[in-house]
Design a protein around this ligand. Sequence first.
Ligand SMILES: CC(C)(COP(=O)(O)OP(=O)(O)OC[C@H]1O[C@@H](n2cnc3c(N)ncnc32)[C@H](O)[C@@H]1OP(=O)(O)O)[C@@H](O)C(=O)NCCC(=O)NCCSC(=O)C[C@H](O)C(=O)O
Ligand SMILES: [Mg+2]
Length: 289
Amino acid sequence: MQPPSRPRRSVLYMPASNAKAVSKARSLPADAIVLDLEDAVAPDMKAEAREAAVAAVREGGFGRREVVIRCNALDTPWGADDLAAAAAAGPDGVLVPKIASADDVQAYDAALAGAPANTRLWVMIETCAVVPRLFDVAALAASTRLSTFVMGTNDLAKEMRARLLPGRAPFLPILTLTVAAARAHGLVAIDGVCNAIHDADLLAAEAAQGVEFGFDGKSAIHPAQVEICNAAFSPSAEEIAWAQSVVDAFGLPEAAGKGALRVDGKMVELLHHAQAQQILAIAAQIEGR
Ligand SMILES: CC(C)(COP(=O)(O)OP(=O)(O)OC[C@H]1O[C@@H](n2cnc3c(N)ncnc32)[C@H](O)[C@@H]1OP(=O)(O)O)[C@@H](O)C(=O)NCCC(=O)NCCSC(=O)C[C@H](O)C(=O)O
Ligand SMILES: [Mg+2]
């Protein structure tokens, strides 16, 4: 199991046209920020938002935060220009909406052909059509820039005509499939947004659910949500202590050549050793922030 290369506990969206929010993002503790050109931007502001996103990426100042531009879909009047501008700006990621198939992902990858090699492709998982194709889409990680799945539970709810209520019952099978497909092909998986900006209890419960499902982090739409996501997706003190005990136990001379050990009264195997190393690696990165 490969440890995640960096923490992505909180992924904060903002309309790229909101200069105040973009400026504020440079000092917020989000692990990644998404400069949105899509649903958060009204049609008559699309061109201005595109220019602002490119200018923000060029200006920089985001420190360790990953910077991602979310483009409009290629079948909209703005998609092609967004993709071209994003490719030229070279952010850490370009997030694309409403993909329905592996062919869609190939088309977005082709549109980013001129981008720097470190610009990765993030895709929204938010259509009904993509659900049975998640593993085929994820497999493109081997041959394209694809690196990240991001749940779009608002659009999914709209397409399914489902209710987005506490517990998220209608979406649970899709959350599971998304994480499983991501893990099968080494992708990052980010959970969707909680629209209730100031309901800290609801967000904490949803974030804990995302942790339980195996997501790497959660989407946020307001600064007040960032710390809650960070806390939920950081390894706890107990998890870190367990991980250290497991790594220490496998490091002892008497553990050489063994695949299973007893640690604190419980069996641990090499798979737990790998998990423990992953927890310690991500905890060390968080500690360094
Ligand atoms: C939702 C909001 C419109 C609320 O805005 P507002 O009421 O103005 O917020 P506040 O007055 O509480 O703001 C306080 C300060 O914080 C800054 N701020 C607010 N939001 C952000 C943000 N997202 N990032 C950075 N900074 C932010 C304000 O500028 C204030 O600053 P200051 O005055 O200096 O104190 C607004 O929060 C907002 O626009 N949020 C993001 C909306 C968005 O991007 N939506 C698209 C993504 S969600 C989605 O589509 C997911 C997916 O596609 C799906 O289908 O599910
Ligand atoms: Mg959406």
